[in-house]
Ligand binder design. Structure first.
Ligand code: MN
Length: 379
């Protein structure tokens, strides 16, 4: 289906939001096109819960309806909403290159990868309630920070606001408490993928993260694309996985496990500053889900799992500014001649992704200035 992007929620004027399917610069109103009352809803969740057979049947019916010349609503006349109600949100750390770079930057002089990294997909639970749709402004967070040379922490707006280029997957079918989801069952539970920007305040993160991991340095906002691309549209883009050494434990092994070939780019205020590909991720999405459930934790419709920052091995393929600028030591130059280490107020970030002829929905966000009066906590 040429130009197919995925499923989302849109509204026109003051009308109630509805589920649509984006094709190029148009949106097919799925309930109006006769695809089912489940689409006369303000979120994708009821459809997500229906399962793989219905997802695949719906994609082929959309193909027929579009082929028959059904009307679409112009994309520039709709307002995109958050496409699904986010259940739980988990963020992994699955790029070997990113984990190595961050280890060098955050713990100089010691082994960059911690001993567990090659044995399990490291992750943390993020904040589902602050996942926002592409286009939502991101207010610069305030917080407590303390540099290595400071005697005491200070409170104020983050000065090291960063991006993280990620790829997320969206759970459709729930699992039962106590029953792990093995890699082989991934496709029965997971509906599709969405691009993710895991905004990160590096100065807040660096002071707070030990020993329990990311908290306020991440939880202020996470942006996702407005249209979820179903795995059914990506069949041709699954590729062999990178080698894993040592071999993972049996619960993380899957016959025929595949990575997803998605070309990515980061545009910062009009200049592309990074290009990479999600296929190089060390841990695959089925392994991420298997690990997250191996203790019996159940998953729910609308759960979002993100990959972690996707960085390649080449200069210019890093998925965050802290890596691209090597902790601010090597600023990136923008087309207008200005330089950036971390994000400035007014900067606009656009993350893009392409899987063969399928363009994934971009994630766009602009930085708004901190709500801070100079001495008191923000209010
Ligand atoms: Mn992240």
């Amino acid at each position: 289906m040429k130009g197919a992007v995925g499923f989302g929620v849109f509204s026109v004027g003051g009308d109630a939001p509805r589920v649509g399917f984006r094709i190029g610069n148009g949106v097919l109103d799925l309930a109006a096109a006769g695809l089912g009352a489940v689409f006369d809803a303000g979120s994708l969740n009821p459809f997500l819960a229906l399962g793989r057979a219905m997802w695949e049947e719906t994609v082929s019916r959309i193909h027929e309806v579009v082929g028959a010349g059904s009307d679409v609503v112009p994309l520039d006349s709709v307002t995109s909403q958050l496409p699904f109600e986010v259940g739980d949100y988990v963020d992994f750390y699955s790029s070997l290159e990113h984990a190595t770079n961050l280890g060098r930057l955050f713990r100089p002089g010691s082994e960059p990868l911690l001993p567990n990294w090659r044995h399990l997909p490291v992750g943390y639970h993020g904040r589902a309630g602050t996942v926002v749709v592409s286009g939502t402004p991101v207010v610069r967070p305030c917080g407590q920070v303390k540099g290595p040379a400071d005697d005491a922490p200070r409170f104020g707006p983050s000065r090291r606001l960063d991006i993280e280029l990620e790829l997320g997957f969206v759970v459709g079918v729930a699992s039962r408490l106590g029953e792990p989801v093995p890699p082989s069952a991934f496709r029965d539970h997971v509906f599709g993928v969405v691009l993710v920007n895991d905004w990160s305040a590096r100065d807040i993160q660096a002071w707070e993260y030990q020993p329990l991991g990311p908290f306020l340095g991440k939880s202020f906002a996470t942006s996702i694309g407005a249209w979820v691309t179903p795995l059914a549209l990506l069949e041709q883009r699954f590729v062999p996985t990178p080698a894993q050494d040592p071999e993972p434990l049996p619960y993380l092994r899957a016959e025929g496990d595949r990575a997803l070939d998605v070309e990515r780019e980061v545009e910062l205020s009009g200049t592309v500053v990074s290009r990479t590909n999600a296929r190089g991720l060390y841990w695959t999405m089925p392994q991420q889900l298997a690990h997250a459930t191996v203790n019996g934790a159940s998953i729910r419709t609308g759960d979002l799992f993100a990959s972690g920052t996707i960085s390649g091995a080449e200069p210019g393929s890093e998925g965050s500014l802290i890596e691209l600028t090597w902790n601010g030591e090597r600023p990136v130059r923008l087309a207008d001649g200005s330089q950036r280490t971390f994000l400035e107020d007014g900067d606009e970030v656009v993350l893009r992704g392409r899987a063969g002829d399928v363009e994934l929905a971009e994630v766009r966000g602009t930085i708004a200035s901190a709500r801070y009066d100079g001495n008191a906590p923000a209010r």
